[in-house]
Design a protein around this ligand. Sequence first.
Ligand code: PBG
Length: 326
Amino acid sequence: MNRTRRLRKSEGIRRLVRENKLTTDDLIYPLFIEEGIGIEKEIVSMPGIKRYSLDKIDKELDEIVALDIPAVLLFGIPSEKDDTGTETWNDQGIMQQAIRYIKKHYPSLYVITDVCFCEYTSHGHCGVIHDNDVDNDATLVNLAKQVISHAKAGVDMVAPSGMMDGTIATIREALDQTGFYNLPIMGYSVKYASAFYGPFRDAADSAPTFGDRRTYQMDPANRDEGLREATFDDSEGADILMVKPALSYLDIIRDLKNTYDRPIACYNVSGEYAMVKAAAEKGWIDGERVMMESLLSMKRAGADIIITYFAKEVASILQNNTKPTN
Ligand code: PBG
């Protein structure tokens, strides 16, 4: 008889036939950096995650480095907003200050910036508004200015998240023309208009003041369109393709993994984090096991890289597991 249980009999054989493994090398940790001083603010809907001003961030960065997490993804929260998000390309802006600070004091940490406008615009949308909607091509012009400013500050990789058409081509060209041809781009290639971003919008102060993001982010009903989006990013030269959110979109992660010869990333977003934390707090689930199982499922789906608020917890568990016992 065929008996699949033979290979499940003990931990030894389970280890030998295990197909996927989560490692610290897979992880990117998002960081919220707020302009100002003395800020260390809990985000209520994301237990364990805080907003920091740069003078308060060392403890967090020390931990990330000690846990051997390879990379951080920065989100900036400026003190001033306006209708086009001009602060995004201010060379003295909070993002630019953060890049310079981290690269100077923590040179081994790989710094990626989220390139968008929603934290910087008074209306909370991801670009320039014309006729009550985000104007794609006007936003592209500003995107180029933003990435060049990040590049000059010394960022290691940029990750545009605004879902404007032509983003990757525009940014690639802008970077190449200014000599930053070696700076990679991670596209938020397949990003859905998702209710799972709720807690993030508190964290980053980026909720739209009118309407929603459905004219630029994708309809959660669509799968084929995900391939179309990723094909554009792939052909425009995105170095890494990302799917966001992760858990409800594992099919899309697998589609991309099967289709493109590029590293695939996924973003385990704020709502996914909040749900696990809330249920664990109530004692309804084993939070740690659900966390590990969810992240493993993203790897199994095909993600090479996982952006997650759980990164520190996961890295700490993995680190303790690999410690020699003698
Ligand atoms: C901004 C951006 C968002 C997230 C990452 N970049 C929010 C949005 O699109 O509304 C969501 C991250 C999360 O929920 O953890 N462009």
